[in-house]
Structure formats: structure tokens, C-alpha cells
Design a protein around this ligand. Structure first.
Ligand code: URA
Length: 212
């Protein structure tokens, strides 16, 4: 498993505004979107490409284009939806599938309540979007799911990661998966409620407002 913590002043600036409790949902959404586009630049570094022959106005040349099969982007509902546009802005031809997962706030266990993914993901590069890698349970379950359908190349894009969650992923995810985690920061720890510290709170609530 590779872990890329993106070290860039724009990432650090936007993340700091996201962390600030006084940042309103509308600004949070906008900044999360911009931040994901910056992360997407690194997350797509190994996206599959193929040579293509083109003609410029001056001459012929061999260029490079994204190859097939199309990459698959999988936001984890609900909070991963706030990351979708930020990633597909750089990969507009990608297909989008969905996984709905919710964690029980008492046990921190994860259940899957929705799945809209192709049956066969063999040969597909998959980009899984979930803003908070906390215990790791959600992303472990998502990687297993995607792997069962045949994908071997999975990149998880997160805004924040906890060391505990990274360790859990390292131990639990099948080593035959070519797994990369791209994150804007690795924070200090999880608290007793499973929240990332210092973190940014509940990413879904911050993005979409609290639903009672
Ligand atoms: N999910 C969140 O939204 N925030 C955390 O800090 C941990 C999990």
C-alpha cells in the first residue's frame, strides 16, 4: 500500500479553512471541491494511457490519450458525493458508480445500504472517494467489494487520514490489490468516538448541513 500525503501550500491553505468550525457549508463545499481537484492531479499520476497518432496544424506526431477501459470513480455516499465533481473535472470520461455505506456511531461498524457498480470491474482502475479515512472500516469494505468484482488497481482519495485507519487498511486489504491512498493530511489520532483529531468534524454534516 502506498500513502501519498500531498505537501502543497494551496492544499494546506484550503484544508485549514475546511477545518475551521466557523466555515459555512457553502464555502466548505466549494473548497472541498477545489482541494479534491488538487489531490486528483496526484491520484491520477498512474492513470492508464496509450499512444495515439494525431496531426497538429504543423505536422504529425504521436501523442498520449487515456486508454480503455475507462477509469471508474466510486464516491461513497453520502460524504464522498462532495468529492465527485472535483475528481471528474480531471477525468471527465470516467464512469461513475456508487456505494452507499453508513457507520454505526456506537460500534463504528459499517453496513452497505446501496450499490450501483458494474458486475465486472476486471482491468478497471478505480478511484474511491471518501473524505475521512478514520477507522478505515468503510474503505476496507469498499476495497473488498471492488476487488471481489475483479479490480486490482484501487486509489482511495481522502481529505484526511488517521494513522489508526491507515494501519488497519495496511493489515486488512488483500495484498494483491495495487492500493494507493492519496490524502491532504495525516492527522494525529482518532478520539474515543472515532473522530479524527484535530480533523474537521463530521464531513457529511459540514458538506451538506445536518439532517435531523
Ligand atoms: N467521519 C467523519 O465525518 N469525521 C471524522 O472525523 C471521522 C469519520
Amino acid at each position: 500500500m502506498r500513502v501519498l500525503e500531498i505537501d502543497h501550500p494551496l492544499v494546506a491553505h484550503k484544508l485549514t479553512v475546511l477545518r475551521d468550525r466557523s466555515t459555512h457549508s457553502s464555502v466548505f463545499r466549494q473548497l472541498a471541491d477545489e482541494l479534491v481537484t488538487l489531490l486528483a492531479y496526484e491520484a491520477t499520476r498512474n492513470v492508464a494511457v496509450a499512444p495515439v497518432q494525431i496531426e497538429t496544424p504543423v505536422t504529425e506526431m504521436t501523442g498520449t490519450k487515456l486508454s480503455r477501459p475507462k477509469p471508474m470513480v466510486v464516491p461513497i455516499l453520502r460524504a464522498g458525493l462532495g468529492m465527485l465533481d472535483g475528481l471528474t473535472r480531471l477525468l471527465p470520461t470516467a464512469e461513475v458508480g456508487f456505494l452507499g455505506m453508513v457507520r454505526n456511531e456506537q460500534t463504528l461498524e459499517v453496513t452497505t445500504y446501496a450499490n450501483r457498480l458494474p458486475e465486472d470491474l476486471s482491468g478497471r482502475q478505480c478511484f474511491v472517494l471518501d473524505p475521512m479515512l478514520a477507522t478505515g472500516h468503510t474503505l476496507i469494505a469498499a476495497c473488498e467489494y471492488i476487488h471481489e468484482r475483479g479490480a486490482r488497481d484501487i486509489t482511495c482519495v481522502t481529505l484526511l487520514a488517521a494513522p489508526e485507519g491507515l494501519k488497519a487498511m495496511q493489515e486488512a486489504v488483500d495484498p494483491s490489490i495495487d492500493l494507493t491512498i492519496v490524502t491532504a493530511a495525516i492527522d494525529e489520532k482518532l478520539n474515543e468516538k472515532g473522530y479524527i483529531v484535530p480533523g474537521l468534524g463530521d464531513a457529511g454534516d459540514r458538506l451538506f448541513g445536518v439532517v435531523d
